[in-house]
Design a protein around this ligand. Structure first.
Ligand SMILES: Cc1cc2nc3c(=O)[nH]c(=O)nc-3n(C[C@H](O)[C@H](O)[C@H](O)COP(=O)(O)O)c2cc1C
Length: 472
């Protein structure tokens, strides 16, 4: 099997959308959509009037039309425009999710993959964050219903995904174990999706997509390669990559700017990785002409590239954020910061310094904390044995009342709302406040500068691929 050499990395939420993935796939790369928050993204697009009719068209192809028409009926707003932000909210995921959110999640993942794959024979993948646990069984099933070719999972140890994928190929229930803080020893909490409970007539067989975990250490690469059946390749992502990073190994040390210090222990030995016998791709700063050759000399099959695609024409970032970011790159003024606190997950998160976004203290402090999307909530066991949910970015008194430590809330940002704001889907509240953006990008921005120099601000995904393939 010849896998694509260039993978356009999954970028949440909605940055690597179906348009970007489709463009990349049409040009022979692996186009990857992000699964993060697709349920909310779909219903907000519908409420903004579904420009172009894409969501409705994708839903028309969904295997259960009762489910699809229920979604359109509830959320589609014919008069909606880009300026519509008073969004109706779907139910939030819990350990015992209401049926509607399971259906929405399956349908939204189906729709994004369906649109990315439409009209060409290129390869399309979907990216999951292991840490966003509750929606993922439904999300994976939805993507497989649309015939997704690759499943890539980062930000965690996705040991159970291959079995879940295998089950779905036979229309059996898929399940993942949930991390529950304070769980009694030996007690397992499970999230399950049974296709027969969601679709009236689920297809009996589905294609098995390739499965690539995204890892940042040899130990994890080895665990995935040796202990898990059904791993087809590895993405090795270093700490310069955009989005979330794995924390440094060993005790956390911060540099003068407050970013975690990564050292030699965080470097992966590609020779040892090659001995695991799986094809691998290198990610994090492999985005210049010649990067592909460099990676192949290290024994890699190819590269996974994010940031330079994140700011191209087809990506989901809203236009003015793209322009502002590209201007800062052109002026040589952008220094992406690795923020150890911003993400409620506790993982370091790369943040671009940008005016008017939550990277600025005043903008951050003027936001009243609220947790209404809940993707990054931690599940915990209460004293009476029932389960609760808390997010370090929620109001501090609520977090501490639920037993969370106040120091864990310091500097935490509501990525759920900010990332939706990045893509033009910010929520506006009755009190007048509109959620503000927070842009993430990788540390290496040379390739973005190169694209601006050669093509201007409105460069395309196809031009990025041509640059990556142009060689040294
Ligand atoms: C805007 C942005 C969002 C990202 N979001 C995710 C994500 O949701 N999941 C993930 O596994 N990786 C994410 N990444 C990482 C990319 O998939 C890719 O591995 C990385 O960007 C490669 O490094 P580069 O930016 O130096 O090219 C993100 C990167 C960017 C720039």
């Amino acid at each position: 099997m010849q896998h694509p050499r260039i993978i356009q990395g999954g970028m949440g939420a909605g940055v690597s959308n179906w348009r970007l993935a489709r463009s990349v796939a049409e040009q022979g790369g692996l186009g990857v959509v992000s699964s993060v928050a697709l349920d909310v993204i779909m219903v907000r697009r519908l409420q903004q009037g579904d420009p172009g009719g894409y969501m409705r068209r994708a839903l028309k192809a969904f295997p259960d039309q009762t489910v699809a028409s229920g979604i359109i009926e509830k959320y589609y707003n014919e008069e909606g425009t880009e300026e519509f932000h008073d969004f109706k909210q779907p139910p939030v995921f819990t350990v015992e999710p209401v049926r509607e959110i399971q259906e929405l999640t399956v349908a939204a993942n189906f729709a994004e993959v369906f649109l990315a794959k439409e009209g060409h024979s290129g390869k399309v993948g979907i990216n999951y964050l292991e840490k966003i646990q509750m929606p993922n069984p439904a999300s994976v099933y939805g993507a497989m219903l649309a015939g997704v070719d690759y499943i890539l999972v980062g930000a965690g140890i996705p040991l159970e995904y291959p079995q879940m994928i295998e089950n779905y190929t036979q229309s059996r229930a898929g399940r993942l174990k949930l991390n529950v803080e304070g769980a009694e020893k030996g007690h397992e909490y499970i999230m399950e999706l049974n296709p027969a409970e969601i679709l009236r007539d689920p297809p009996r067989e589905l294609k098995r997509p390739y499965f690539f975990p995204i890892v940042s250490s040899f130990i994890l690469a080895m665990t995935m390669a040796k202990k898990v059946k059904g791993v087809d390749g590895l993405i090795l992502e270093n700490h310069t990559a955009g989005g979330h990073n794995a924390p440094p190994r060993g005790a956390l040390q911060l540099d003068a700017a407050g970013s975690p210090v990564f050292g030699s222990k965080d470097q992966m030995d590609y020779k040892k990785i090659a001995e695991l016998g799986l094809p691998f791709w290198l990610a994090g700063g492999y985005s210049m002409p010649g990067s592909l050759e460099n990676a192949r000399e290290e024994g890699a099959e190819g590269i996974q590239v994010g940031s330079v695609f994140a700011f191209c024409r087809e990506s989901g970032f809203q236009g003015d954020l793209k322009t502002q970011f590209l201007q800062s790159i052109e002026a040589g003024e952008q220094e992406v910061f690795t923020d150890p606190k911003a993400s409620p997950t506790g993982f370091p998160f790369k943040v671009a310094h940008m005016e008017g976004t939550l990277s600025e203290r005043e903008v951050y402090e003027s936001r009243k904390r609220v947790c209404n999307l809940g993707y990054l909530r931690h599940i915990f066991r209460k004293e009476d044995g029932s389960l609760g949910y808390r997010c370090p970015a929620e109001p501090v008194d609520q977090f501490t009342r639920k037993g969370g430590a106040a120091e864990h809330t310091e500097g935490r940002k509501c990525l759920c709302n900010a990332l939706l704001s990045n893509i033009g889907l910010a929520k506006r509240y009755a009190r007048g406040y509109t959620e503000q953006p927070l842009v993430t990008a990788g540390e290496h921005t040379e390739s973005i500068a190169l694209m601006i120099q050669e093509k201007g601000y409105d460069y395309t995904a196809a031009e990025v691929l041509a640059m990556l393939r142009s060689g040294r």
